[in-house]
Design a protein around this ligand. Structure first.
Ligand SMILES: [Zn+2]
Length: 403
């Protein structure tokens, strides 16, 4: 059966709702925080040379870039469907390429010819280095796209905060460019002390941050839901993190070949105004905002909040369905969703939130809803007498519902 036929079959059987298989991604430089529900024996399922599994990618049509050992399809979401008792699989990427606007809608297909975002949980025991994602102007010549991202910290996957639940953002407002140049030049001399030029914020469950490209950031150790543009460009500007040194190649990652060794270039990658913004918290911090009047939603049996709403490249909502209710939820755009609490049904599908997942096991906790289906509405039933259903929904660029 061709990929196109499989994609058509999945769409037909799911009536516009596509069930997705978990996409686990290892990172060789990180220690898993063990909050993404993998079986404890499976965090190193890919072997020591690949590192621990500390990420799960959602609604992804973007392959992971993990160097020469990267497995085929690593980071890509598979659609799974049952057809005559058989389990069939097709990549979400292939389904979008073959069925185009039928999956993501005219608006996104005409603008991007692909699904231009994905989301993930990243789950690290310790902090990550102060790093930066380049803007379009710095990587377009390499055939790459700049990368905005955003964070939300779901309480359901944060029963502990890890070793360092604080995140550095940007630079102190009075930082001088010469000071940054000096720490960059000190990259190979042990700790380059770039964090001394930055500020740190205590991370709070149930809130988030907007991280445009060009903004330095050193993520803390909360398990993080991270919608992002479909791109994987970065450069590490901090040389020592958690007593581990970084190789100098990490400083020059995704720099054009003829700029390697040019520290002024690295300075130029920093969006200076954004980094020294004295109102950084006001401008980048996100507390959830109700999508409609809370009273109206509560009368209908649910609550829905914008949790990521400051980027043009993606947005995200948290949807809560109260126990013992059935609701119809409409959206104007296609989206992926991941369950974080409860069980019930979503149209003809079961939905549930597993406690423990073996590596390679299929689940009923992740779906993709086509634009057409999102507009018609999906029916969600919560049969529990006490437990809410909570799911996180990730959308592509310029969500028409986000005013
Ligand atoms: Zn980042």
């Amino acid at each position: 059966m061709s990929e196109k036929t499989k994609a058509e079959r999945a769409l037909e059987l799911g009536k516009g709702v596509l069930r997705l298989a978990p996409a686990w991604v290892p990172r060789s430089f990180c220690v898993p925080g063990r909050r993404i529900k993998l079986h404890p024996d499976d965090y190193y399922a890919l072997g020591s040379e690949r590192g621990g599994l500390d990420e799960r990618w959602f609604a992804s049509t973007t392959p992971a870039d993990n160097g020469p050992l990267t497995a085929p399809n690593e980071g890509l979401s598979f659609i799974v469907y049952e057809d005559g008792g058989r389990i069939e699989k097709v990549l979400l990427r292939d389904a979008v390429q073959e069925l185009k606007s039928e999956v993501i809608g005219e608006r996104l297909w005409n603008n991007f010819q692909r699904w231009p975002m994905f989301s993930k949980f990243f789950d690290n025991m310790g902090p990550l280095p102060h790093h930066i994602h380049q803007r379009d102007e710095h990587v377009n010549s390499l055939g790459l796209l700049g990368k905005p991202e955003a964070y939300y910290f779901p309480p359901q996957v944060n029963n502990h905060g890890g070793e360092f639940p604080y995140t550095f953002f940007g630079l102190n407002p009075d930082t001088k460019k010469e000071e940054v140049l000096e720490v960059l030049k000190n990259f190979t001399k042990g700790d380059n002390k770039i964090l001394n030029l930055s500020r740190c914020y205590k991370l709070e469950n149930g809130t988030g941050w907007d991280v445009p490209p060009g903004l330095l950031h050193a993520p803390g150790s909360l398990c993080t839901y991270e919608p992002q543009r479909a791109s994987d460009v970065f450069a590490m500007y901090q040389s020592l993190v958690n007593d581990q040194l970084l190789e100098k190649e990490m400083l020059w990652k995704n720099s054009p070949k003829d700029r390697v060794g040019d520290y002024e270039y690295l300075l130029d990658v920093i969006d200076w105004e954004l980094n020294v913004d004295p109102d950084l918290v006001k401008n980048r911090f996100m507390r959830p905002k109700p999508v409609r009047t809370p009273k109206e939603m509560e009368t209908e049996g649910y609550r829905e909040n914008w949790i990521v709403y400051k980027s043009n490249d993606f947005s995200a909502k948290e949807l809560t369905i109260f126990p013992g209710t059935t609701v119809t939820i409409k959206d104007s755009a296609a989206y992926g969703l991941i369950m974080v609490q409860g069980y019930g049904s979503l149209d003809a599908f079961e939905i549930e939130t597993p406690t423990l997942i073996r590596y390679g096991q299929l689940t009923y906790d992740e779906y993709f809803v086509t634009e057409k289906k999102a507009k018609e509405g999906i029916v969600i039933t919560n049969p529990s007498k006490s437990d809410p259903i909570v799911m996180l929904k990730h959308f592509g660029p310029k969500n028409p519902d986000l005013k």
